[in-house]
Design a protein around this ligand. Structure first.
Ligand code: NAD
Length: 414
């Protein structure tokens, strides 16, 4: 066993390959991406120096539709990581049954060290370099760690200028004024809320008053805190890269958002005690939401986890070893490819709206998101019951089964 995210994907493919009794011919195409590209991006910095950055785009499996997946700006981005994230996207899109394959992109950069103008030049150069392989029928990027709606607007503008016409459906997570979908920004968190509600119902737990700890306070973490609080849960701990805060009686996520906007972090939020990220993961709580980066729950810290339920907001927050420990200890895990799929579901809605040029009200988005998440949760639960496996194995089995079915129907070209 290994902590490499791609190795953990391959391990899951083999596990569900055996479970579903898939012949080798069905498993083989799942083991490698359709296409990976590496691009070098020279960018003029504000002081006149030229810096070069490395960017990636991986299209993993596209048998069910065009590639779909975020763009990550983070110093640790590597081809290996992007490949794993693209592979997970392929299975995730199949689990929530949206007509996309999986893809992912990224640039090895710390965006907080760049000015807005530098970030714009970097984004436009990256988009120009992957221009030929993205588009509404090929591969549709979206935000991920370190990227936001403004960056998606620059991607959309670069593509549109090069094509010579406005092409909003080339990227999702755009500002609403440019053809973004209402409800996209909070979609991952809202989808997670719906998945958690379904899980709590099945487990006979109630969300009202449930104690929640959330690691990561970006798009996913902050919106999750806000929505769970509004749903009656008690958010007792939050954290970001600088550290965490703890309030056993519960804290106000809106106040934490204001504090983070002013100071750049949740640390020192009035009315709370300081706590480290490691302490947060070990808090006694009803629900733990890792919503930062991958590989946070490991063989070392999993034995200390005292949560009843874990809903994975981040991609790959739990290593396979930690997963096995948590399962043995009876923690109910709503896996990433289900728990955080609300983002790609509303990205799908955005792509649909862009393609027919008719935009939905926020209530319509929410209603359809709820329907998709509940359906996916119950499809995964049915798999778990049928094969007597945990929710992660069941989600992979469902996604892989759908991908394999599509490939069998299409056949192999040439
Ligand atoms: P973001 O950049 O908005 O926020 C990331 C947060 O994590 C920040 O608060 C940052 O301070 C914190 N963080 C970073 N390193 C940390 C560390 N070592 N310990 C604790 N906190 C740390 O990113 P996001 O869009 O919220 O994405 C978070 C996770 O959710 C990622 O794994 C991403 O792939 C996944 N995800 C995001 C979306 C989406 O729609 N944005 C969809 C599905 C999955």
């Amino acid at each position: 066993m290994t902590d490499s995210p791609f190795a953990s994907y391959l391990e899951m493919v083999e596990r569900v390959g055996a479970l579903l009794a898939l012949p080798e011919n069905d498993r083989k195409p799942l083991r490698a991406p359709k296409r990976s590209i590496i691009v070098t991006l020279p960018v003029e910095m504000d002081d006149g120096r030229v810096e070069t950055f490395t960017g990636y785009r991986v299209q993993y499996d596209t048998v069910r539709g065009p590639g779909k997946g975020g763009i990550r700006y983070h110093p640790d981005v590597t081809l290996e990581e992007v490949k794993a994230l693209a592979a997970w996207m392929s299975v995730k899109c199949a689990v929530v049954d949206v007509p996309f394959g999986g893809a992912k992109g990224g640039i090895a950069v710390d965006p907080s060290r760049l000015s807005r103008r530098e970030l714009e030049r970097l984004t436009r150069r990256y988009t120009a370099e992957i221009f030929d392989i993205i588009g509404p029928d090929r591969d549709i990027p979206a935000p991920d760690v370190g990227t936001d709606p403004q960056i998606m607007a620059w991607v959309m503008d670069t593509i549109s200028m090069k094509r010579g016409y406005v092409e909003p459906g080339t990227v999702t997570g755009k500002p609403v004024a440019l053809g973004g979908s209402r409800g996209r920004e909070e979609a991952t968190a809202r989808g997670l809320l719906y998945a958690v509600r379904a899980a709590f119902r099945v487990l006979g737990l109630t969300l009202e008053g449930a104690r929640v700890a959330i690691q990561g306070f970006g798009n996913v973490g902050a919106n999750t805190a806000r929505l769970l609080h509004a749903a009656g849960a008690r958010v007792i701990a939050l954290s970001d890269v600088r550290g965490g805060v703890y309030a056993p009686e519960g804290l106000d996520p809106e106040a934490a958002m204001r504090h983070a906007r002013q100071t750049g972090s949740v640390v020192d939020l009035p009315g709370t005690r300081p706590i480290s990220n490691a302490q947060l993961l070990a808090l006694e709580c009803d629900l733990l939401v890792p919503a930062a980066l991958g590989g946070q729950l490991t063989a070392e810290n999993a034995p200390a986890v005292r949560a009843r339920v874990i809903a994975e907001g981040a991609n790959g927050p739990t290593t396979p070893e930690a997963d096995a420990i948590l399962r043995r200890r009876g923690v109910f895990i709503v896996p990433d490819i289900l728990a955080n799929a609300g983002g790609v579901v509303v990205s799908y809605f955005e792509w649909v709206q862009d393609r027919y040029g008719y935009f939905w009200k926020e209530e319509v988005v929410r209603e359809r998101l709820a329907e998709k998440m509940q359906q996916a949760f119950h499809d995964v639960l049915a798999m778990a019951e049928r094969y007597r496996v945990d929710m992660r194995t069941a989600a992979y089995a469902l996604g892989v089964e759908r991908i394999v079915e599509a490939r069998r129907l299409r056949g192999l070209y040439a």
